[in-house]
Design a protein around this ligand. Structure first.
Ligand code: FES
Length: 56
């Protein structure tokens, strides 16, 4: 499922990036571009980030 439509970033891609060491929204933005355009995806992306970090 796409989280960020502007940059075509899926939840899978976000989870993969977190598994590879990203632990902040800034890193997700720098690595994937998520949230770098309209910003509508930031809430959902940060919810995924928090969920994934809790699992680690
Ligand atoms: Fe992610 Fe627009 S949907 S920046």
């Amino acid at each position: 499922m796409y989280v960020c439509l502007c940059k075509a970033v899926s939840d899978k891609a976000i989870k993969q990036h977190i598994a590879n060491g990203a632990c902040t929204m800034r890193e997700l933005k720098a690595g994937l571009g998520v949230g770098s355009q309209c910003g509508k995806c930031v809430c959902q992306a940060s919810a995924i980030l928090h969920n994934e970090l809790v699992k680690q």
